[in-house]
Design a protein around this ligand. Sequence first.
Ligand SMILES: [Zn+2]
Length: 839
Amino acid sequence: MKKIVLILITLVCLQFAHAQKSLDLNYYLPQGVTYDQTIPTPKEIIGHEVGEWHVTHDKLMFYMQTLAAASDRISIENRGATFEGRPILLLTITTPENHQNIDQIRKEHLAITENGTIPVDDMPIVVYQGFSIHGNEPSGANAGLAYAYYLAAAQGPEIDAILNSTIILLDPSFNPDGLQRFAYWANTNKAQNLIADNNDREYHEVWPGGRTNHYWFDMNRDWLPVQLPESRARIKSFHKWMPNILTDHHEMGTNSTFFFQPGEPTRVHPLTPKMNQELTAEIGTYHAKALDKIGSLYYSEENYDDYYYGKGSTFPDVNGSIGILFEQGSSRGHIQESENGLLTFPFTIRNQFTTALSTIQAATVMRAKILKYQQSFYNDVRNEAARSKTKALVFGDSKDAAKTWHLAEILNRHKITFHELADDANISGRFYKKGAAYVVPMNQKNHRLIKAMFEKRTTFTDSLFYDISAWTFPLAFNVDYKELPNLSNAGPEVTDFKPLKGKVTSQSGYAYLFEWNEYYAPKALNRITEKGLRAKVAKSPFTLEGKKYDYGTIMIPVQNQSLNADELHAFLQRTAEQSHIEITAVGTGLTRGIDLGSNDFDPIKKQKIAILVGEGIRSYDAGEIWHLFDTRYNIKLTKLDASYFGRADLSTYTDIIVPSSYGSFQTKKNAVKLKTWVKNGGTLIGYRNAVEWFEKNEFVQLKFKKDTLVAKNIPFDQKRDFLGAQVTGGAIFEAKLDRSHPIGYGYKNNTLPLFRNTNIYIEPDKNSYNNPIQYTSNPLLSGYISEENTKLIKNSVPFRANRMGKGRVIVFTDNTNFRAFWYGTNKLLMNAIFFGESM
Ligand SMILES: [Zn+2]
C-alpha cells in the first residue's frame, strides 16, 4: 500500500513539475480520452495555454463563440450586457440530438415542477455551472476554457453518456467586468521568471480589486434581490430551466486547500429540506473521489454555510435545486508560496476543472434520484401552499408607487404570481392604494420562495452567520404589508408588468408641487436644480385645492425662472415622466397651512457632491452610494480618491460623503482638511465607522454605548464562536421617526425599519428634537443580534446632525444604501444632501 502511495505521489509530483515547465492542456484533461481534432483548443484561439496567463474576458468570449461555431454539441446565447458593456453569454451543451428538441426537453423538464406524477426516469438532468462570480477568484473562469473544450471535443462512451443524459448550462463568467479587471492586474504584474514571493505586487491588487462588479457590488449576494444586470440574466436562465444542480466556483485564502459543500450542518436555512443536504453530500463523494485521484487535499462541512438565499450556492436550495459551492485556495497571481508548498495557478485551475467534471459525473449517475427530488420538493410545496392559513399577502406604499413597483419587479423576476389590488382598502390600520399595492396569493408554486422573501425570523439554532441573518423584503422596501386570510382584496393577476409612468396634471401660471414620498422624487429635484431652476421645500404640511401636502413637499414657482411658462411646463413634463412622479399644477398660493410664499419654504441649492473612495474606504459601501446616485437618481457624484485627497481643492463641493472607512484614510491631516471645509459651509456626511473617527476628531460630540462583556467559563477552542456571536452581521431593527425633521421628509409612517451591520451605538441627545431617528425599546424586527447588543441598541440613535461653523456634520451608524435593494432607506441620504441646510 505504502509503495502504491509513493508511486502515486511521485507521479503527481512529476506531473506537477511538468506542468510548471511546459504547460499542456493534458495537465487538466482526464487521461485516456481521445479528442475530436476539428475542435480548436483554447491555445489555438486565444494564443496561450490555459493557466499560462489569466484569461481576459474578451478572450474567454472569443473562445466560447469559436467553440460554439465549431461544435454541434454547443449553442450559445447573449443574454445582455454588463455595466461596462460586456456580453453575458451562456452555453447550452448536450448531444446534437437533444439540441434538435431542446425546447421540448425544457418544457418537459419544467413540467416536473408542476406535476407530481409524470414519470421522470427517462428525462435528462439539467446542470447549471457558473464560474468566478468574484472576479479575482479566477481559477473557475480559466478552468471553463479547458472544461468547455473537453465537453466539445471528448470522444467515447463516457462523454456520450454524460451528454445524452444531461443538459449543461455553462456560464463561463458570472462577473465579466471583475474578471477583466483582475486579469489586467495579474497579467501586467507577471514576470518571465515567476515570482512566488507573497510580497510581490502581483498579489496585491489596487483598490477596489477585481472581486466586485462595475459599481463594486459583491454579486454573490444578489441572487435573491436581483438588482444587477448580471444577476438578472442569470436568474432569468435559472427560472427558464429550473436546473437540478447549480455550481458556483470560488477561491479562498492562499493557505487553504479545496472546499466543496455541504457546509456547516447547523447553519442551513430551515426552509431548505434535509434531503437537499443529503444529496449534496452524496454528490460530494464524487468530488472526493476525483480529487483523491489527482492527489489534491480538500474539506467539507466547515466554514461555509447555506443560510442566506441571496448566495449562488444557497438560492437554488429554496427552488427545488441543489446549490454547490466550491472554494479553491487562491494563487491569486501565477504562483505563490503557501503553507501547502508552492501553489500554482494551473494547479488551482485543475481542481476546478476536476470538480466541474465530477459534478456532471454525479449528475449522470444520480440523475433519476435528483429529478425525483425536484418533483417531490414541488409536491411538498404544493401541499404546504394549499394548507397555508395565510391565503395572501398584501404590500404597498400608498404614497410611493415606484418603490412598491420595484418590489413587485423582484417577484416578477422570480416568476412569482401576484395580483393588482382590487380597490383602495384600509387593512389593519394601513391604507393601501390601488396601483401602489399588490396582492400575492400564497397558494402557488413559489410558496416557499415567497416565505423566504417575506418572513421575519428572530430565533436561530446557531449564532454564527457567514453573511446577513435577515433580508425581509417588505422591511427593506419599507412598505406596509399584511398577511390576509382570503383573496378578497386581489384584483386581476398581473401578467403584463408595465413600466412606471409620470405626468404633470396641467400647465400652471403660478406654481407646481410634488410630494417627496415617491422614490424618484430626488431624481426630479436634482434635474430641476441642475437646470438652474428655483425650487423650495415645505417645512410644514398644508392643504391646497383639496389636496393634502406633507412635510418635504417641493414647490417650483413659475415666475422669475430661467424658462418661460411654456418651457417650464414642457421641462417638468419630461421630468415627471423620467422620474415616474406626478407633478401638480396649482393656480393659487393661498393654502390651509403655510402659504406658498411662506418663510417655512426653504430654498434648495444646486448640489455638487463628492464621495471619498480608494485605499482606506470600504469599497462596497462607496459603490452602493455611487450606484444609487448614478443609476437611480442620475445625480453626478465626483469620486475623490484618498491618494490625492490631500491635494484636492474642496471649495466647490456642497457635500462630501465619507463611507465606512479605516486605517490609512483616517489620518489627522485628512481630518483637519475636512474640518476646515465644513467650517466654511460644507455638509459632511459620514457612515458607520467614519462616525467614530469624526467623534475622535471632534467633528461631532457623541457618547457611545459600549459592551463590557468578558468571557466567563469559555474555553479557548470556543473563543471564535464566543466572539462571532457578538457580531451583528446584518439584521433589521425598528426606529421611531420624527417626520417633521428634514431627515424624515418623504416618509409616510412614524416608524422605519433600518438595516444594521455594526455595533456602534450612540446615546440619544438629552433634547428629544435632536433624536429624529431613535431605536424603539424593543427594536429587533428580523435577524440575529446577541443579548448584550440587544441591551445596547434599545433607545440608541443611528443618526445625528450637528452644526459646525457655517457647515454641518451628519452621521449615520447604519448602512442606509445596503446592496442596492434597501429602497426603504435610500431617501435618508437624499434628505441629508438636499435638506442638510435645514437641519
Ligand atoms: Zn468568492
